[in-house]
Design a protein around this ligand. Structure first.
Ligand code: NAP
Length: 329
């Protein structure tokens, strides 16, 4: 039976690339987001890749809509095997200029949207004692940066709530798999349509990867029992570095991350943003940073093949020991 997967934030960016990654493997893919044109574009791509698509227009900040979407998916496509929470909204701005309404909305979409998605998935997966839930996280789930307080707070919240839930699943001996992928900077439409008060066009923190790198990591995370998957060397360095010397990160980011999150181009003060409503038209999965973005991550290959690497390492070490031993006798 083809796998049934739900992807939130499937109309653009990482979510859209995830939908394609599953479609290429023949999955039935439920596409949840708000923008009709983006959802229609995602549906076409899923079908062209060999999958079956179901468009379910949903605002993930509304728990009832998410629950209704899950019901519609099961009715149309069958029991949900995988649920991926990728939808997000952010505000690029110094915290002192963010309004309470903006902060609340970014939190409702990015944090509570993930919580509601997880509730709807669990409601169906727990009685069957199977299924896989992937939270799309970020290196910023561990290391917050300036100018994105609401988003960083939400990503930290997702990690905290996910860790809590994981302990409950373990306590109950559940076979439902819960994991989180911590992603690096990615070339997605996010930077062209998130609300911003920065003088220049927002950009991801470098190095930038293509969303397909993230999508492959998330496909892997959904099918392997890893607690978390770090994607990209930059994510590993950021997360581990922050554990060792968070105070150093504070100072480094205070100095570099204002410029590091903006291109040289001025931002259009009238550009539409997707905080409360979707931006019209189909924006696809890629943003404007194709020329800078890496299409591959050797670190991701290494982390997803660490069993083989360990085996190869052990083989090389044994061969070296044997050679040394032969030379001595
Ligand atoms: N891009 C990066 O540098 C980066 C880095 C690390 C982690 N990530 C993670 O990757 C995930 C996707 O980010 P992205 O860069 O692909 O973002 P994006 O390009 O802005 O796409 C966001 C997606 O979320 C949907 N969305 C926004 N508000 C929604 C709502 N209220 N209800 C339902 N869907 C909503 C959007 O569709 P509609 O507007 O049509 O609803 C769109 O499909 C996020 O979880 C993010 O934290 C991204």
């Amino acid at each position: 039976m083809p796998e049934v997967v739900v992807v939130t934030g499937a109309s653009a960016g990482v979510g859209r690339a995830i939908a394609q990654a599953f479609a290429r493997r023949g999955a039935r893919v439920a596409l949840l987001a708000r923008g009709r044109e983006g959802l229609a574009g995602a549906r076409k791509e899923v079908e062209a890749a060999g999958g079956r698509a179901l468009v379910v227009p949903t605002d993930v900040a509304d728990a009832d809509q998410v629950e209704a979407a899950a019901g519609a998916v099961e009715e149309e496509l069958g029991p949900i095997d995988v649920w991926i929470n990728s939808a997000m909204a952010s505000v690029f701005s110094p915290f002192k200029e963010v309004t309470p309404e903006e902060f609340k909305r970014a939190t409702e979409v990015t944090y509570l949207g993930t919580v509601y998605g997880t509730m709807a998935a669990l409601k169906r997966m727990l009685p069957r004692d199977r299924g896989s839930i992937v939270q799309v996280g970020s290196a910023l789930s561990y290391r917050a940066i300036p100018l994105q307080a609401a988003y960083c707070g939400a990503k930290h919240g997702v990690r905290g709530f996910t860790d809590s839930l994981r302990t409950e699943l373990l306590h109950e001996g559940s076979n439902v798999h819960l994991t989180m992928a911590q992603l690096p900077g990615l070339n997605t439409p996010q930077f062209g349509w998130s609300r911003t008060r920065l003088p220049r066009h927002p950009q991801p923190v470098e190095p930038i990867y293509q969303p397909e790198v993230a999508a492959e990591a998330i496909y892997w995370a959904a099918h392997n029992k890893r607690r978390e998957v770090y994607v990209g060397t930059s994510s590993v360095i950021t997360i581990l570095g922050n554990k060792i010397a968070p105070w150093l990160g504070d100072r480094y980011l205070a100095r570099t991350a204002y410029d590091g999150q903006q291109t040289e181009e001025p931002v259009d003060p009238d550009r539409p943003d997707n905080l409360f409503d979707p931006v019209p038209e189909d924006h696809g999965s890629h943003g404007i940073f194709d020329s800078q973005a890496h299409a591959r991550s050797p670190q991701l290959w290494a982390t997803t093949h660490r069993g083989w690497l360990a085996l190869a390492g052990a083989g090389v070490a044994s061969a070296a020991c044997a050679a040394l031993f032969r030379r001595r006798i």
